[in-house]
Design a protein around this ligand. Structure first.
Ligand SMILES: [Cu+2]
Length: 374
């Protein structure tokens, strides 16, 4: 990413790019030079450059497989191997195209604020669990299990002490239930089938109602067949604003970043790079990031150029803020950090388990950018 490019210019120019990375990879892997480069990449890095990515459906994996099939074991009519310089150029071209496609447009956007209906002072949220197609990155559509048709689910944002009702309609082919992860609710509102409630069968509607007890960055998700159901998208942010915010919580930009690593691949807010959303702030602004891990793996989140100040863990304010540049986010955890945006430019921002973020074919998965505009 060019650090000397103004964020707005970069975003504008990147938005004009219509080449999808998947299309590009397919094209590249079918061209003679591209196939040669992919063969070389596969050989150079050993067995499989992208098998660290557990998603068999990731385009990087698919492209890697295509590259391997095209040439790795097919040397019978391979007259002249490309020179190392040509191989490097071909590989770099793939990386560059991936970056230039960012931020790529895709259908559907999750994590948008859900406005409640107010009924006698109660904030009422209607959620319909249903299966929809979901575009994770340009041209890659997957089956998603969603609340209201988006991944992540619509964001619920309330205040400490609010009375909340959540009406769940199940249009899935399986039973389900909602667990409000992090909220210290009465037992019968905890959302775990056969422990605190019966499963909500297909076609049924189930109502949760409670007074919001504790502030912080929380989540809601399925707690039934959850490795599958949460992996497919039944998850969202449940943010509780405190009655008395701490001074350090007064920020200019508030960004929720939900990590997942299920059947859709490595995603931030339901999208894989280059379709991930950049975070944009102006020089001197304070940015809050609310990390939430809905996946099954740890993801150490690394921001280039500026440190992160950790202010809260699982919704609880830390006794004292502390600084880091890489913060490990384990499954189920929420970490809140503040970034003082003091360093202008477009900064890489990614999971530092590198096979979750980059392959021979370029960046993918858990990569985005923080753009600090002058
Ligand atoms: Cu990761």
């Amino acid at each position: 990413m060019p650090t000397d490019t103004k964020g707005a210019d970069l975003l504008h120019s990147l938005a004009q790019t219509t080449t999808s990375r998947r299309t590009f990879l397919r094209t590249a892997s079918l061209s003679a030079v591209g196939a040669g480069a992919l063969v070389a990449c596969n050989k150079a890095s050993g067995e499989a450059p992208v098998q660290g990515a557990t998603t068999a459906r990731s385009s990087a994996t698919a492209a890697g497989a295509t590259g391997g099939t095209m040439g790795a074991h097919d040397t019978s009519h391979n007259a002249v191997a490309p020179s190392p310089a040509a191989q490097a150029d071909a590989m770099d071209a793939m990386h560059e195209k991936g970056i230039k496609a960012f931020p790529a447009r895709t259908e559907g956007k999750g994590n948008q604020l859900l406005q409640p209906r107010i009924e006698k002072g109660v904030k009422v949220y209607d959620l319909t669990a249903k299966v929809v197609p979901w575009e994770v990155e340009p041209g890659r559509r997957v089956e998603a299990w969603t609340y209201n048709g988006v991944v992540p689910a619509p964001q619920i944002r309330v205040r400490e002490g609010d009375r909340v009702r959540v009406v769940l309609r199940n249009e899935l082919p399986e039973s389900t239930a909602i667990h409000f992860h992090g909220l210290e609710l009465p037992n019968d509102q905890d959302g775990v089938p056969f422990i605190t409630q019966p499963p909500v069968k297909p076609g049924q509607t189930y109502t949760y109602e409670f007074t919001v007890p504790n502030a912080g960055s929380h989540m809601y998700h399925s707690h039934h067949n959850s490795a599958k159901q949460v992996g497919l998208g039944l998850l969202g942010a449940f943010i509780v604003e405190p009655k008395r915010p701490a001074a350090i919580e007064k920020v200019d930009v508030d960004h929720v970043m939900i990590l997942n690593d299920g059947a859709h691949g490595y995603t931030f807010n339901g999208k894989s790079f280059p379709a991930t959303e950049p975070i944009v702030a102006r020089l001197g602004q304070k940015l809050r990031i609310r990390y939430m891990n809905e996946g099954m793996m740890i993801h150490p989140m690394h921001l280039h150029g500026m440190h992160q100040t950790v202010i809260a863990k699982d919704g609880w304010m830390q006794p004292a803020p502390w600084k880091c540049d890489t913060l490990n986010i384990a499954p189920g955890e929420r970490w809140d950090v503040v970034v003082n945006c003091t360093n202008p430019g477009t900064w890489a921002f990614h999971c530092h388990i590198l096979p979750h973020a980059e392959s021979d074919h370029g960046m993918f998965g858990m990569v985005t950018a923080l753009v600090v505009e002058k």
